[in-house]
Design a protein around this ligand. Structure first.
Ligand code: C2O
Length: 516
């Protein structure tokens, strides 16, 4: 079936944390935005009109592979022009995946102004489909009282030479709505949990309960019990929760912000957030602050131990290795805070997809895409390995468009300090030593690159198109922590033409569609 939406995107006023009114990006005059729910196999059609008046926009369908529909990926200046105020754009694609996703604006400094929400793909064949009574979606996010445009000016100014990211003003669950979940005792529910924030990873637990993980980033996994999740930006989990066999008390659903990501913690910043699992509607909900001292007291579930139910084996040795290192640099050096190797990603003048479609025989030459886009061309069906090093002392949630990846190596727990940062040697890893991992590696589409650590990812280049690989912290994406995979450009299907509204958007934005 076809699921259709008309999105009239405008500024509206909201106050989700009860602390401050602010302008947010609403749809059809409402915020929070609609949760999009489809069934696997559905066609999703979203007609978007940009009524913001002062800001360009686009929508990325986070985790959707867009196989054959690269032009629907929504990544500004990778696959389309940003849609200027007063213009329309239609997103139209078929969803052959399942699980928990989200959608968000993918134009500079945009989604943390509120333009993000859950996208749920129901699947009658999910292995856990008969195991629960009802499902709930829980989004977690950091929240700023100032507009991204104002914050970004402060962030990028010479008064902030160290590149310290703005500290959120609060943390939200479900954008401040749906604070209580009415449940029956001894009954199983499916919870879908998504971090839709800009910057801060969060811990998640439910007082008095363990739960069973069954999905990670759209990948079904063998059930594994857990008590606490660590969910970085853009990551998702589905868990089965069996409620306590009592109607005497209600239980707290707790999130705790990862304070290690913040350079300073204002004394009035409430790091914890509470919703309620309500077993007894007559019992009062205590509003007391949750008694977790700090995020350092929590021990989260290790996602590397999850095993996909589809049993996809470890990919063979790679045909191409891409060795990248994150460096956060000082603005005073003239750089834009962030580099992968020695490149600060800078958007091209023409969306990279259009260059791929118009460059003829030169389309497989990286040089036509511009060095500053950090282009890597891939041949069809190559096994690609990304060795991702972190020369920074903060963690980074890295996301690949168009794919998920196997996570095949990482820094051992309590591993060595990141020595390549200090002495210029590549960090060592042993591709044959998987003893620390299950034989079938986890696949997901956002991985936490640990502080001063590394991780090794593999995927097959089986999806011709232009795909971004980037840190999902919006401050870091905007400051250049991104690169571009141009995958088998000669095989981008001929129906991936640039639709009329693409051209119209580019024309309205005064962006050329050909040449570079
Ligand atoms: Cu959630 Cu580039 O994406």
């Amino acid at each position: 079936k076809t699921v259709s939406y008309d999105f009239n995107v405008t500024w509206v006023t909201a106050n989700p944390d009860g602390l401050a009114d602010r302008k947010v990006i609403g749809v059809n005059g409402v915020w929070p935005l609609p949760v999009i729910e489809v069934d696997k196999g559905d066609q999703l059609l979203v007609n978007m009109y940009n009524g913001l008046g002062d800001k360009s926009t686009s929508i990325h369908w986070h985790g959707m592979f867009q196989n054959g529909t690269n032009n629907m990926d929504g990544a500004s200046m990778f696959t389309q022009c940003p849609i200027p105020p007063g213009s329309s754009f239609t997103y139209n694609f078929t969803i052959n995946q399942n699980g928990t996703y989200w959608y968000h604006c993918h134009t500079d400094y945009c989604y943390p102004d509120g333009y993000r929400q859950a996208l749920i793909v129901h699947d009658v064949n999910a292995p856990f489909i008969n195991d629960y009574k009802e499902e709930f979606t829980i989004t977690l996010s950091d929240w700023y009282h100032e507009m991204m445009e104002d914050l970004s000016k402060e962030f990028m100014s010479l008064y902030n030479p160290s590149g310290a990211e703005p500290i959120p003003d609060s943390f939200l669950m479900n954008d401040g709505q749906n604070r209580t979940f009415s449940v029956e005792p001894n009954t199983t529910y499916l919870l879908r949990i998504i971090n839709t924030g800009n910057f801060i990873a969060q811990y998640f637990y439910i007082e008095g309960h363990n739960f069973t993980i069954v999905e990670v980033d759209g990948v079904y996994t063998e059930p594994q019990e857990a008590s606490t999740l660590y969910i970085h930006i853009a990551q998702r989990y589905s868990v089965l929760l069996t409620t306590a066999n009592t109607t005497d008390v209600n239980y707290k659903i707790v999130t705790v912000a990862d304070q290690d990501l913040m350079d300073t913690i204002p004394s009035n910043l409430q790091l914890n957030n509470t919703n309620w699992l309500v077993l007894n509607a007559d019992a009062p909900l205590e509003q007391a602050v949750v008694t977790v001292a700090t995020s350092d007291d929590l021990v989260p579930f290790d996602d590397f131990t999850l095993v996909p139910t589809d049993g996809m084996a470890l990919l063979p040795d790679p045909d191409i290795q891409v060795n990248v290192t994150v460096y956060m640099v000082n603005l005073m050096t003239g750089y834009n805070y962030a580099e992968l190797n020695n490149i600060t990603y800078t958007a091209p003048k023409v969306p990279t997809l259009y260059t791929a479609l118009s460059a003829g025989d030169l389309r497989t030459e990286e040089v036509v895409y511009g060095e500053y886009t950090h282009p890597i061309t891939l041949a069809h069906n190559q096994v690609v390995e990304i060795i991702l090093n972190n020369g920074d002392s903060g963690s980074h949630p890295f996301h690949l468009h168009g794919h998920n990846f196997q996570v095949i190596q990482r820094e051992p727990p309590l591993g060595p300090l990141f020595n390549s940062y200090l002495d210029g040697d590549p960090i060592g890893y042993d591709p044959d030593n998987h003893t620390a991992f299950p034989a079938i590696p986890i696949r997901r589409d956002v991985i936490v690159l640990p502080p001063q650590g590394f991780t090794v990812l593999r995927f097959v280049a089986d999806n011709p198109g232009v795909w971004v690989f980037h840190c999902h912290i919006d401050w870091h994406l905007a400051s250049g922590l991104a690169m571009t995979f141009i995958e088998a450009p000669e095989l981008i299907p001929t129906h991936v033409q640039i639709p009329e509204d693409h051209y119209a958007a580019c024309a309205a934005a005064a962006v050329p569609t050909v040449g570079n």
